[in-house]
Every structure is written in C-alpha cells, then in structure tokens.
Design a protein around this ligand. Structure first.
Ligand SMILES: Cc1cc2nc3c(=O)[nH]c(=O)nc-3n(C[C@H](O)[C@H](O)[C@H](O)COP(=O)(O)OP(=O)(O)OC[C@H]3O[C@@H](n4cnc5c(N)ncnc54)[C@H](O)[C@@H]3O)c2cc1C
Length: 486
C-alpha cells in the first residue's frame, strides 16, 4: 500500500475527506487519499442498485448545502457540475389530499398556506431573506463568535420557540406545523428540541433562499468533481485501501481522517492519550436510518398533484404523528406509521432512469443497529398518500441500519449523522474544543462529519480541518484558492 512518501495522507474519500485533500493539494502539498471502498464518494455515491439504467443515490440525494456551503462556493461547485433546483423544494402530504408546499418563492408558500400564511411569513421570512447568513452560521463551529449577530439572534430565538412546547402557538391550522416538523425530522431526534428546530429553520431558510438542488447524474457528480480537482493538482487516490493503523500512512507529516471517533480510537490506538480516548468513547451515536430505493414504471401518483413536481417529500402525516414516530424510534421501537424522507430526482433529471421510468429514494428512521428491512413499512406509508404506488414498483433495493454501517463504517449502527446531532454534540463534536479537528497526536486530524459543522454534504469539516493542519504542520496561514479557474 505505501507508495512514495507524501506530505499529507487522507483516510476516507467522502465529501469531507476529498475537501480536505483538495485544500491541501491546492496549497502545493503532495497528497494521497486512501479509501476502503472500490469507488470514491462515501455518502455521496450513485450506482445502479436495482435494474440496468436506473441510477440511484446510495446515500445522500438532495443537496441544500451544495449552493450554501462556504467550501463549495470557494470551490465553484455550481460551475463544475449541473445542479437543478426544483421549483418546489419540499412537499408534505396530509390525509384527504391536502399538502403543504414549500415553493422556492416564500410568498407563494405563504399564500398556499391560507390562514397560517402570515405566521409562515413572519417565522421564515427574515431567515429566508438572509439564507446565506444563516448558512454561514449553521456551517460554522458553534463555539465561534457569529459573523452576523442579528441574523444569528433571530435564528436562535426562533429555534427556542420551535424547539419548545410552545411550538404550535403561532399556528391555527395543521399544515404549516407539519411542514416544519417534516424538515426538523431530518435530524432523527425526538421533538420538540432546539437542535431539531435549528435544522428545520436552517434547511427551511435554504428551501426559500437558494433552493434544494439535485445534481444531474446523481450525488456522485459532486465527489467526482472533487476527485478530478485533486488529481489535476497532483493528488493521488488509492481505492480498496482500508487503513486500520496509523503506521500504514506514516511518514506523511499530516494525517486527516474522514472517520467516526470510534474508528479513530481503533486506528490511532495508544498514540492518543487515555483522557482523549475516553472522551471519544463518550461521544454518543444517534438513531439510525433504513433505506429503500425503488425503480418505478412511472411517476408516483401523489394524491395532491403539486407533490408530483416536488424534489423532496416528507411523509408521515401531522406534526403529532411524526413526533410520535420519532419518539418510538428513540425508545428503541420501530414505528407502525414511520416518518419517511422521499426524494424523486428523476422528475428533474431524465438521465436517472430510461424512457419515462423513475427512480425513487426513500428512507425511514429506526433504532440503532436495526436489521429489519423497511420495504413494506415505507411502501405502506407511500400508498397512504399516493394510492397505486405499489403497482408501479419494478424493483427495489433495501439497506437496513446494519447494512449502512457495513457499507460505510462512519455510520455507526446506521447513524447517518456519524454522531447524534444534539445541541451539546453540535458544540462538542467530538470533544469540547476551539479546535475540535486537531487530536493530541502530532499531525493527526479528524475531518469527518463527526466534527463541526456536523452532518451533510458540504465539505466544510474537511476544509476547516485542512486549514488547521496547513497552519500548524506546514506554517501556511493563507487559505488556498480553490476556484475552477486557478
Ligand atoms: C442514507 C443516507 C442519506 C443521506 N442523505 C443526505 C442528503 O440527502 N443530503 C445531505 O446533505 N446529506 C445526506 N446524508 C449525509 C451525508 O451523506 C454525510 O453527512 C456525508 O457524506 C458525510 O461526509 P464525510 O466525508 O464526513 O463521510 P462519508 O461520506 O461517510 O465518507 C467517509 C469515507 O471514508 C471511508 N472510510 C472510513 N473508514 C475508512 C478507513 N479506515 N480506511 C479507508 N477508508 C475509510 C468510507 O468508506 C467513506 O468512503 C445522507 C447519508 C446517508 C447514509
């Protein structure tokens, strides 16, 4: 495995590992990436999982951070790949054919909400109009003085309200609360809580700000663009190369690991002081995900017609129903009426499936380490809001929570956030520190989504870790230019 000595070794070719590698290579250092899988991408791979010609996103599918992330904006992602922004960011069906529709246009969304339109406007408007400032705050370590204190204060106050038992106070109908809960549930935790409310408000602000883009060709396009830039700047990638001990990647002067804290302990062993190891072992992993990909003969027959052009759909019913489903999962049970996160990328990207057929991406929340196949539970929930769905299924492919960890060891027990996204663990990720990417072992950095700013395809954890390593190990203060033209 070890080739010629390099300045920097990166373990793991997920979006954060590749972002770190690109940053180091752009600073003029020699970089080698080691990836245990046979292809790059981690949680952003695309493959024919069901039938030939049907291209499914194995993990991430929708990319609110592709346009909002400070790293991707520096990298010029939108100039390198084609990102389509659906006119409807997300939809939320309720029984009887009703639905909440989050148009990119905030005013249209408010008008569609009727009696709660004003409440939506006053809650989301100030954040949606400053979605880039919200992204800057949400994409920064929590222990940092915010660049936009007024927006941050607005965000904080709204998170406290929507994260408290008073969360229904401003609403008169059930549609708007259900919409917020559908987005909050992305953080896979019990509700209401300030951290789930924070997810709802930040993702909700992007939905009306820059939208929730879908890459043409699938999420793989994002990581392929990172890998191509790395190679163009002299970097190397070794696939089928699992690192189990730090010695395998020495004598690189800096090692950046795109791994979960539990696996950092295994790889670095007693090169980490006992106190730090103990802190990593206290890091908590969250509830899990089980996923099903469908090949369909045609578009999903959503009862509410507007949902047919929504990029993402939150299935699970009312605010109370979704909160109950998440509570069941947190208590170690599989909900009878689970929350299901659905993406229908082929409505905007014809390259995903042949001749009018569709791919459908869906996952639900389950207790950690679950090995139950959720195909039937997800199908039942889809039938509830799209009668006839079952008849369109040509093939499906299921991954249990256990399968997800086998596929990518960062997802401990099927926790796709690589560490519970509680308020505490968004600050102490993986430990409470102003420089949480650095470890006590010389030149060794953690750069995965188990570090700030947490889960999602944004490359920011890799960028922050690389910036710290550039400065501490190589004495390089200035951030490298990442733009496609340099
Ligand atoms: C089912 C699912 C759906 C998701 N949906 C979305 C979504 O729609 N939008 C979104 O923004 N985010 C989504 N996410 C989350 C997102 O994919 C992750 O937050 C993101 O990929 C984290 O990036 P990362 O680089 O930190 O880690 P990962 O993407 O997990 O990459 C880690 C890489 O390191 C490799 N690796 C680990 N250990 C070793 C080792 N010892 N040696 C060599 N290689 C190693 C792994 O094989 C993997 O390739 C989803 C995740 C999952 C699983």
């Amino acid at each position: 495995m070890p080739g010629q000595a390099v300045d920097v070794a990166v373990v793991g070719a997920g979006p954060n590992g590749l972002a770190a590698a690109v940053t180091m290579a752009r600073a003029g250092l020699s970089v080698r990436v080691y990836e245990r899988n046979s292809t790059v991408g981690g949680g952003a791979r695309t493959a024919e999982l069901t039938l030939p010609g049907f291209h499914h996103d194995i993990c991430s599918a929708v990319h609110p951070m592709a346009l909002a992330s400070g790293f991707f904006r520096r990298f010029g992602l939108a100039e390198r790949i084609e990102l389509v922004v659906p006119e409807i960011s997300y939809g939320h069906p309720l029984d009887g054919g009703r639905a909440g529709i989050a148009f990119r246009d905030l005013e249209r969304t408010a008008d569609h909400l009727g009696i709660d339109g004003g409440a939506w406007r006053s809650l989301m408007g100030p954040l949606a109009r400053r979605a880039d400032q919200v992204a800057q705050f949400a994409g920064s370590p929590l222990l940092r003085i915010p660049a936009h204190p007024v927006t941050t204060a607005r965000f904080g106050l709204r998170s406290l309200e929507q994260g408290s038992p008073l969360w229904n106070l401003r609403f008169r109908d059930e549609v708007a609360p259900a919409m917020l809960t559908g987005v909050a549930a992305h953080s896979i935790r019990t509700m209401p809580s300030p951290s789930t409310a924070g997810a709802a408000l930040s993702l909700g602000a992007y939905a009306h700000g820059r939208g929730w883009p879908v890459p043409i060709g699938g999420s793989q396009a994002i990581v392929d663009a990172l890998a191509a830039d790395l190679i163009a700047h002299g970097g190397e990638i070794e696939t089928d190369a699992e690192i189990t001990d730090l010695e395998q990647v020495r004598p690189a002067r800096a090692v950046l690991l795109d791994v979960a804290p539990k696996n950092l302990v295994r790889i670095a062993g007693d090169r980490l002081p006992a106190r730090y190891r103990a802190a990593l072992e206290r890091f908590r992993y969250g509830n899990a995900v089980a996923k099903v990909d469908f090949a369909l003969s045609g578009p999903v027959p959503w009862q509410n017609e507007l949902l047919r052009s929504a990029g993402t759909i939150h299935v699970g019913g009312t605010r109370a129903e979704i909160a109950a489903a998440e509570k069941a999962v947190a208590e170690g049970r599989h909900s009878d009426a689970p929350y299901v996160l659905v993406s229908q990328p082929s409505i905007v990207d014809g390259s995903r499936a042949p001749g009018g057929a569709q791919v459908l991406w869906a996952y639900t929340h389950v207790p950690r380490d679950s090995d139950l196949d959720q195909t039937e539970a997800i199908t039942r929930q889809l039938e509830r809001f799209a009668p006839g769905f079952r008849d369109l299924v040509l093939a499906s492919s299921s991954r249990t929570a256990k399968d997800l960890e086998n596929y990518d060891p960062n997802y401990i027990g099927g926790d796709i956030a690589a560490g519970a996204a509680s308020l505490w663990q968004l600050a102490a990720r993986p430990t409470l520190s102003l420089n949480p990417w650095a470890t006590p072992a010389e030149g060794v950095y953690l750069c995965s989504s188990s570090t700030p700013p947490g889960p999602g395809v944004h490359g920011l954890a890799g960028w922050y870790a690389a910036r710290r390593a550039l400065k501490a190990v190589f004495g390089i203060d200035n951030p490298p230019d990442l733009s496609p033209r340099s």
